[in-house]
Ligand binder design. Structure first.
Ligand SMILES: [Fe+2]
Ligand SMILES: [Fe+2]
Length: 347
């Protein structure tokens, strides 16, 4: 209920052009309103608040649907349950590169060769290796230097980032949702990577978990796009209901198709109730927590943000109450760093 009230208030604030009423952070990196606007240029999302509201909210269960919309939601649910639906593909080089980069003792020259065949990946690799995250005094000017700088683990996450972004942004029929799905995935991933050391989780692994936990939304966007091309009207309430009801099952199906590992498949299929994911409870809790941190920063309500120290994900992660505020602070810094990067690129 609190989420709904905060979301509604933030939407009204934006519509009326007034400043959100939350208590301002007294100090620290969270000093400007509407942190959702702060995303790196790599996300290619226009500055400003998201065009669509929280895509995971329970409110979508109670939003009324007309008969056609309800039939569409059911149809999509049946397709996913039966496994008879077309899943989006990742670019051909992605899996080859991810597998290659994951092999111990891999020949870096071979990795660089494969990257060279994908201009958008090559460009992004050079850009990221010279970003604030990795930069040193001497910029990387070749792909080989860039790979050495970010390391093979970092390279795998970068490959997934570029591929997922390309797959999502290709869906033009529902572009405002595609942009938000990508924005959210990238932001959650960045937060997850930043808070990972405090949770004793490997940083690049945390990034992948954040990036891919809601991958089911990509499969659902593809299905909804197909419906639109057939002339079906897809309302925001329909998108919300489809996402809320089906994104976890669709996520496990897509993660399997993309041959992600067992943990990523499991988390994509079960993360909102992280305790129910008995095998990978900590990973599921990381995904859910990072998502909540992203969502609540968008509300621009300091009390609500600080209230996240009580969220159950911390218990699943085994983080005592005294260590939780530090996690929230680190998540804020993740935004600051993205902002710095965007400034550096614009300069
Ligand atoms: Fe989710
Ligand atoms: Fe999520």
């Amino acid at each position: 209920m609190k989420d709904i009230q905060l979301w509604f208030r933030s939407v009204m604030d934006r519509l009326l052009g007034r400043k959100a009423k939350g208590k301002k952070a007294p100090a620290g990196p969270r000093s400007k309103p509407v942190l959702r606007s702060k995303h790196s240029a790599s996300s290619e999302v226009a500055p400003g608040p998201p065009a669509v509201p929280n895509l995971d909210g329970k409110r979508w269960l109670t939003e009324s649907l007309n008969a056609d919309e309800a039939a569409l939601v059911e149809r999509i649910g049946e397709s996913i349950a039966s496994g008879k639906f077309e899943l989006p593909h990742l670019p051909a080089t992605t899996l080859a590169l991810v597998n290659l980069a994951g092999k111990p003792g891999v020949d870096v020259t071979r990795v660089v060769e494969l990257i060279s065949s994908d201009p958008s990946l090559a460009g992004e690799l050079l850009r990221v290796s010279n970003s604030v995250l990795y930069s040193t005094h001497v910029p990387a000017s070749t792909l080989n230097e860039a790979v050495m700088r970010i390391g093979l683990r970092g390279l795998r996450t970068l490959i997934f980032s570029v591929s997922v972004k390309g797959t999502v942004m290709k869906m033009k029929d529902l572009s405002q949702y595609s942009k938000e799905v990508w924005r959210q995935a990238f932001s959650v991933a960045t937060i997850a990577r930043k808070i990972a050391p405090l949770l004793e989780i490997e940083r690049e692994r945390a990034f992948l978990i954040g990036l891919l936990h809601d991958v089911g939304k990509i499969a659902l966007l593809a299905m909804l796009s197909k419906e639109m091309r057939r002339g079906t009207i897809v309302s925001p309430a329909t998108v919300g209901r489809v996402f809320y009801t089906h994104h976890e099952l669709a996520g496990s199906r897509l993660a399997e198709k993309w041959r992600l590992d067992a943990e990523l498949v499991s988390i994509a299929g079960q993360h909102h109730n992280c305790k129910a994911n008995q095998e990978y409870e900590r990973g599921a809790a990381l995904a859910s927590l990072a998502h909540k941190l992203d969502l609540h920063m968008g509300f621009d309500d300091e009390a609500s943000y600080r209230g996240l120290v009580r969220c159950p994900e911390f218990e699943s992660l085994g983080i005592s109450e005294g260590r939780r505020m530090a996690v929230l602070d680190q998540a804020r810094r993740a935004y600051e760093e993205q902002e710095s990067e965007a400034h550096a690129m614009a300069a």
